[in-house]
Write a protein that binds this ligand. Sequence first.
Ligand code: NAD
Length: 290
Amino acid sequence: MNIGFIGLGNMGGPMARNLAAAGHTVTGYDTADVHIEGLATARSAAQAAAGRDVVITMLPNGDILRRVAAEILPAMTPGACHLDCSTVDVESARAVADLAESHGLLAADAPVSGGTGGADAGTLTFMVGASDAAFAMAKPLFDIMGQKAVHCGPSGNGQAAKICNNMILGVTMIATCEAFALADKLGLDRQAMFDVVSTSSGASWSMNSYCPAPGIGPKSPADNGYEPGFAADLMLKDLRLSQLAAQGADADTPMGAAAERLYARFVEEEDGKGRDFSAMLPRFRARGRS
Ligand code: NAD
């Protein structure tokens, strides 16, 4: 396929590289001066988009996506597909898909899970909101960039799945970290805590696959001084999106709201900015009840 790829950052860069390595013709554009192996470079987003079969965007947020979409969608050929892989609010995802359809284009929101490691290795999970036709067109590309693509329903449903998943992740990481800090103070050995919880009803991905305590369980950012991994700032972004969506849908999400407040304090008032989201463990460890 002839592909345009806009937003060549930590995630988009390796995703675009994998598409080119698989034999697709990929033309990239980023406002920053980046060069990715195997890609031709466009001078503008519109130039990266014009005449392509599929245009992929991997951008920081919904406002930027809306601005870029306003520029690229009119430049695309009717029948082509706009595939947005950024994590954005459900409303922006649906507005951009509507605009794409008004230009005679197919559209899919397909945010990812798997982080920069997954982007690099081509093992991302895609959560896709799209028509059957758009999903079918994008599927061969999902198979190169990822290991799984779930069709979650119409436009916006990919973003809905992503923010619900990450709301669970934020809540379980906090619960796992506060429980470790309590266990420490009760004199329970961390390895014993892991061995029990990881095989009991308190198990979760946060405990079993991404243990926030260093030296225990599989290797995780805790073993690397809490270098991200998945930065607390990005978790805060996703929790904010979940609370924005909950407000819009009149959904009661008290645990998600508490997680948002805690990550906001951690990132904006304490030392969480730039650290992995599992650095909640040393945060709790250093505090008393007040
Ligand atoms: P990033 O900041 O590394 O990359 C974003 C890129 O977009 C940058 O290179 C930036 O220069 C470019 N950009 C910004 N405005 C632009 C514009 N108007 N035109 C063209 N390019 C523009 O961010 P990232 O880590 O690659 O994340 C991208 C998206 O993926 C975000 O929505 C993020 O929430 C999501 N995501 C990130 C991770 C992760 O672990 N990093 C995991 C899952 C999802």
